[in-house]
Structure formats: C-alpha cells, structure tokens
Design a protein around this ligand. Structure first.
Ligand code: OAD
Length: 261
C-alpha cells in the first residue's frame, strides 16, 4: 500500500492515505466473506513480486522487445527459430521463479468460496504452482507446447532444442500461447464470460487493462450488478469505474484481504 502521505492543512499536516487503505481492505474482506460467487482476473502484476517481468511498465517486456517480431503467427512463420529463442529465454527466466504471497492468498480464498473462478492472462503457470484449482488461462501456458502437424498439446518443462519437434509426428512444435492477432480458445472464453456474468464480486489484479477481451470483463460484470475491486500498483483506465480500487502491491494486499477471516 502507499505510504501514509500527508497534505498541509490550516492547522498542520493531515494524514490522508493509510487509514483509507485499511478501510478499503476491511470492506473488501467483508464483502468477499459473504459472497458465494467470486471471480478473480489477474495480469502480469500479480507475478511481478515473483520476479516475472510485466509487459508495459518500467523494464516491461514490450519495452525491450517488439511484440510484432516475436509474438505473432506471422513472426513464427517467418522465423520460428527466433521466436523459439525468445520463448526458450522466457522459460529459462521463469523456471526458477516461485509463487509469491499474492498467488498463495488466492489459493486460500478459493478454498473458502463455493464458486471461485480464477481467470488469468498470465502464461507463467504460477497460479497452478501455488495450488489454485479452477484456473482459466486466457492466453495459454508457456509450459505447454502444441504440434503444428497433429495439433497435440503437451506439458513440457524440459530444456527444449532451438526448433523442437513433436515426438509423435515429427512436425514443428510451437508455444501453446495466444499471440497477437490470434483468437482465444472459444471454450475457455465462454466459460470465463459465464463466470464473470454470474459473479457477485470481481477482483481485477495487476493488469493494465489494455488487452481485450480481458480488459472488458470487469465492465461486463458491473453491468450485471457485480461489485468490482481493483488491486494495482498504479491507476488504470478503469480505476474510476470500479467500486473499490486499492493501489499497492498485490503480494502485500491480497494476504491482508484473504488470509484473516
Ligand atoms: P501489463 O504489463 O500491461 O500491466 C501490468 C500491471 O500490473 C500494470 O498496471 C502495473 O502497474 C501493475 N503491477 C506491477 N507490479 C504490481 C504488483 N506488484 N502488484 C499489483 N500490480 C502491479 O500486463 P497485463 O495487463 O497482464 O498478452 O498485459 C496483458 C497482456 O498483454 C498479457 O497477457 C500479454 C501482453 O501482451 C499476450 O502476450 C497475448
């Protein structure tokens, strides 16, 4: 959470933030404890404290690499070796990283709620590593590979060769992730929207809200009457539209919200 900053008042300095944040945490915890159907939507920010680079902030992946050269079907058709080099490098970076207290808090939340759906844009697999169960990975999973020949999807944590091939049919494998310009898996997408439309509370955590369709999910829930909570390091385009927005690190705020009912 933000440090307790202060402003100058007529008679001295007045603390303005810390108690506000405590009240918001209490309010969200209370609402969650009474809800039957909760959806959590996460983005790269929830994994930042595990050491996973985000995409758009300072040091973000898309600040250092051109997405169009590395994360499109055209890029893969043009130069599969280069695209695999990028994904193998990301697998090397992600391999040793561990879930953080934010991921762990969501595991506890899931155990307490009758209907809990975790929708993530992340491909790092850290929610599953932490122990979350009902996860919808909108953008795929970097630890899964898909065969361009037979279409088989397999989990593979090994160190892959520069141009990995399918052990079954010998065709080239690709990362089982969604690239720019590709459609999301329709069954994952419809399950996600179904959950969002029936949620009493949707918590949107660590996403800049710039990539559709995840960006619109909060608003879809709001139109159906859900309470919307945002946890993010900085304001997003949706902050003012949400019922409650808590600015700070998800790895610090989520344990406060989820672990002390
Ligand atoms: P972004 O990098 O766009 O946004 C990450 C957000 O997390 C920013 O708003 C940060 O302020 C916030 N943040 C950073 N550290 C945080 C922390 N410790 N706690 C809470 N918030 C924190 O990442 P996404 O919104 O996930 O798609 O990006 C969406 C999609 O764009 C990704 O799934 C990826 C990318 O292109 C594909 O590759 C298809």
């Amino acid at each position: 959470m933000a440090e307790g900053s202060s402003v100058s008042g007529g008679t001295g300095r007045i603390a303005v933030t810390a108690s506000d944040d405590v009240m918001k945490v209490d309010l969200v915890r209370d609402r969650l404890s009474r809800a039957q159907r909760i959806v959590v939507l996460t983005g790269a920010g929830i994994s930042a404290e595990s050491g996973v680079p985000t995409f758009r902030g300072e040091g973000g992946l898309w600040r250092q690499h051109r997405a169009l050269d590395l994360a499109t079907p055209q890029a893969f058709a043009r130069d599969p070796r280069l695209v695999w080099e990028f994904y193998n490098w990301r697998r090397e970076v992600l391999g040793p990283l561990e879930p953080n207290p934010g991921h762990n808090a969501l595991v506890k939340l899931e155990q307490r709620v009758p209907q809990f759906t975790l929708i993530t844009q992340n491909i790092d697999g850290l929610h599953a590593r932490a122990g979350s169960r009902n996860i919808l990975e909108l953008h795929g999973n970097i630890w899964h590979v898909r065969c361009l020949g037979c279409g088989k999807v397999a989990e593979d944590h090994s160190v892959l060769p520069p141009m990995p091939r399918c052990p079954g049919c010998g065709a080239l494998l690709r990362p089982h992730v969604v690239w720019f310009g590709e459609s999301l898996d329709p069954s994952i997408l419809s399950t996600a929207f179904e959950a969002v439309q029936h949620a009493e509370i949707v918590m949107v955590i660590g996403t800049s809200g710039t990539v559709e369709p995840a960006a619109s999910m909060g608003m879809v829930a709001k139109r159906k009457g859900a309470c919307l909570v945002e946890i993010n390091l900085e304001p997003t385009p949706f902050t003012t539209l949400y019922d409650t927005s808590i600015l700070g690190k998800s790895g610090e705020i989520l344990p406060m919200i989820c672990e002390s009912w």
